[in-house]
Design a protein around this ligand. Sequence first.
Ligand code: UDP
Ligand code: MG
Length: 313
Amino acid sequence: MKSLAFVLPIYNEQDNIPVLYERLRGVADGLADRFTCEFVFVDDGSRDRSLALLRELRERDDRVSVYALARNKGHQIAVTAGIDVADADAVIVMDSDLQDPPEVAVDLVAAWEDGADVAYAKRRTREDGFFKRSSAGFFYWTLSKLARIEIPRDTGDFRLMDRRVVEELRRYPERNRFLRGMVAEIGFEQRAVEFDRSARHAGTTGYPLGKMLKLAADGILGFSSFPLRLISAIGMILAVGAGVWTVYLAISRLVNPESVVEGWTFLAAGMFLLGGIQMLMLGVLGQYIGRIYEEVQGRPLYAFKVADHGRRS
Ligand code: UDP
Ligand code: MG
């Protein structure tokens, strides 16, 4: 028998927990002939009755594990904690508000059995409001243009990961976490499984605008150096433009001295030239900072897909 662990971050989900648990149980029962299941609930500092409800479930069902963070640390950290403690052949991460239908896990497991190391659930449709849909659309479009790796679009953190991917993920020590990017960066065989995303079952979103922007920044800054390169590019354009302009001004001063005000050429040209050079130098600093940033992220350099050595002397 192989083991599956469901990682479920919980932040003020008291009205979703009972339904979620029932539907998870249905899924687990359906898979029971081939898999043992564990439900790893990670309470992310909820202020409602969520933790109490989880402890009741824990009493009734020994497939349930309950972990509670000492305070609210945010979704990505809660999921990380769950992944760190889960001990299974495959880990399935999903939202706890039933936006990620537990039944889709069956399809994820099928993809895994078919050889995929990561099966990520891709939204065919979604029932979120206009703002959420358009901002998410814009974000994924930007990310796909900027990121140096391919991060699947219309995909949240709902995915199944084989144990070896989970072990790689645990080697990523960075603090500003954008898990879907990190999983994409790891590699192995990743496969999309399409599904229709529902609306939140009950309660309100734990992702207000501020948290959404933070996540978007983690995605773009963590996986792209475009903002840094932009500084150099603007500096370069400014400096070269100012250089050409200076030459033009100097020539027109010589050819037709009356055309310009005394002293103006020097001031105007100097200003643009200096501005451009400064920006160019900022870009140079940026390149170094970018490298420091990458070093500090401390990501693993590679992961082996095959590590099969012959006899060693
Ligand atoms: N969540 C969390 N900590 C937070 C915010 C959210 O653990 O600080 C959990 C939440 O309980 C849910 C998942 O993360 O299981 C996704 O959050 P939510 O549904 O509120 O986000 P949305 O779907 O609106 O983007
Ligand atoms: Mg949600």
